[in-house]
Design a protein around this ligand. Structure first.
Ligand code: NIG
Ligand code: FE
Length: 402
C-alpha cells in the first residue's frame, strides 16, 4: 500500500475515454501527433478518488443534531430524542423524486469538486418498499445524468421504522423492540429484496449491525437472503459497540466490513482469514466528536487491503471530501500519505468490483482522473481544510475546473 508508481514529468495518451498509454511526457508527445494536448503545468495527477461508502441520497440536513452534539449530547441520545436517522427518513419520504434528485445532484457536484469520480451509494432513508425503491431509482437517474459514477447498495436495514413499531405496539414509544424488528425484517426479505433484485437496482446489500438497530442474528438473516438473490455484501460493523459484526462479515464472506471502530484483534484476524476488505470511515469518528478511530495500522500489518471512505451522510459524517479523509487517515490513524492514497483509489475500486476499470492510471482503464494544485501528492493530505482540486476528468472529458 505504501508504494505508489509515480511518474515524474509524466503524461497520458487518452482515446475514447480510456487510457491508451502512460509514461514520460516526451514519449507521450511523440505518440500524440494531431491530438489535443493538455498541459497541467507540473501539477499532481491522480486517479479519481473512489468513495466506497456513502449515503448520497437523502432530503434535508441534520443541523439540529449537529448543534445538540456541540452541546454535548451523544449520537444515541439525539436519536432517542427524535433526531438521528429517523428524522432524515421522514424528510426523505416526504420529498418528491424530483426534489430528491435535485439534492442528490448537488451532492454529486460536491464529490466531483473534491476529486471523486466514483461513489458507492446506499439507500436506507426510506424504510418502506416504495421509499427504498424511490431512493434506488433516484440513484439510477443520477448515474445517467451526472458524470459521477454511482454504485448502488440496498440498506433497507438501516433502522427499524417507527410506524412499524407503532402499528404493532400502539402503546410503545420504543421503535427498537424485537417484535417490530422481526416484522420489518420480514418486509425487507420478502418484499424489498425481491423487488430491487428484479429491477436490478442494487449491486450490494448492507445492514447496520449495531445494538438498537439490527443484531448479529437479524443481520445474518437479511444478508443471507440478499446473497441468495445474487447481491454481494457490505456491513456497517462494530461502529458503536463490538457486537461481533466483523466476525459475521467473515462468516458470510462479505466483500467489505465497514466502520470497525470497536473491532478487536479477533475481528481483524477473522477479516483477514475470510478476505474481507475493511472500509474505514474516520470522518464519522471526527464528526461525532469521538477519538475512537479504527485500528488501521494493525489491519495493514495483518495484510488487509484497507479502504478509506467518507461515509458521507447528514448525521454522522457530513463531508464529501476525500482530501479531508486523507488528512484524518494520516493524522488520526497513522497511515502514511501513500497508504491513504492507495486506500482511497485502487483498494476502494477493488472493493466495488471495479479494480480492472478504475482506481489507477493504467493502460486500458477509464480516463477518470483529478489534477491537484500542488507538486507533491502528500500535500493533498497535508494542507487540510483547503480545496486543492484544479480540474477533474471523467472518461477523458473535463467535467469540472476551478
Ligand atoms: O454510517 N451508521 C449508520 N449509518 C450512518 C449514519 C446515518 C445517519 O446518522 O443518518 C453511518 O454513520
Ligand atoms: Fe454509513
Amino acid at each position: 500500500m505504501s508504494e505508489l508508481a509515480i511518474i515524474r514529468d509524466g503524461g497520458m495518451l487518452i482515446r475514447d475515454g480510456k487510457i491508451e498509454f502512460v509514461g514520460p511526457s516526451d514519449e507521450i508527445e511523440k505518440k500524440s501527433r494531431g491530438t489535443e494536448i493538455v498541459d497541467v503545468g507540473g501539477r499532481v495527477v491522480l486517479p479519481g478518488f473512489v468513495d466506497a461508502h456513502t449515503h448520497l441520497v437523502f432530503a434535508g440536513n441534520r443541523l439540529d443534531d449537529f448543534e445538540r452534539r456541540a452541546r454535548g449530547e451523544s449520537y444515541q441520545q439525539i436519536s432517542k430524542a427524535g433526531g438521528g436517522i429517523w428524522s432524515t427518513v421522514e424528510k426523505t419520504r416526504a420529498a418528491s423524486d424530483h426534489d430528491l434528485l435535485v439534492q442528490a445532484k448537488k451532492h454529486a457536484d460536491w464529490f466531483l469538486r473534491c476529486g471523486t469520480t466514483t461513489v458507492e451509494a446506499k439507500s436506507g432513508y426510506g424504510l418502506t418498499v416504495e421509499d427504498e425503491l424511490k431512493i434506488l431509482r433516484v440513484m439510477r437517474s443520477l448515474n445517467e445524468q451526472s458524470p459521477l459514477e454511482i454504485v448502488p447498495t440496498f440498506l433497507g436495514a438501516h433502522a427499524v421504522p417507527r410506524a412499524v413499531a407503532q402499528a404493532i405496539l400502539p402503546a410503545s414509544q420504543d421503535s427498537q423492540t424485537g417484535l417490530s424488528a422481526s416484522r420489518y425484517i420480514e418486509l425487507v426479505i420478502d418484499e424489498m429484496l425481491p423487488r430491487l433484485a428484479e429491477e436490478k437496482l442494487a449491486e450490494f446489500c448492507d445492514v447496520f449491525c449495531e445494538r438498537g438497530y439490527f443484531d448479529v442474528q437479524q443481520s445474518r438473516k437479511i444478508l443471507s437472503a440478499a446473497k441468495e438473490l445474487g447481491l454481494e455484501l457490505r456491513i456497517h460493523a462494530d461502529q458503536l459497540t463490538n457486537s461481533g459484526a466483523a466476525r459475521l462479515a467473515a462468516e458470510l464472506k462479505a466483500t467489505t466490513a465497514d466502520h470497525l471502530e470497536k473491532t478487536d484483534e479477533q475481528g481483524i484476524a477473522a477479516l483477514k482469514k475470510a478476505n474481507v476488505q475493511p472500509v474505514l470511515l474516520p470522518g464519522s469518528v471526527y464528526a461525532l466528536g469521538s477519538s475512537d478511530y479504527p485500528r488501521a495500522r494493525e489491519m495493514i500489518g495483518a495484510g488487509l487491503p484497507v479502504v478509506i471512505a467518507t461515509d458521507f451522510n447528514p448525521g454522522s459524517s457530513p463531508t464529501p471530501s476525500m482530501p479531508m479523509i486523507l488528512s484524518l487517515a494520516c493524522t488520526q490513524m497513522k497511515m502514511s500519505p501513500a497508504e491513504a492514497i492507495t486506500a482511497a483509489t485502487i483498494n476502494a475500486a477493488y472493493s466495488l468490483n471495479r479494480g480492472d476499470k478504475i482506481g489507477s492510471l493504467e493502460r486500458g482503464k477509464l480516463a477518470n482522473f483529478s489534477v491537484f494544485d500542488c507538486e507533491d501528492f502528500r500535500e493533498i493530505a497535508y494542507w487540510f481544510g483547503m480545496p486543492q482540486t484544479h480540474s477533474v476528468y471523467v472518461r477523458g472529458e473535463r467535467i469540472a475546473g476551478f
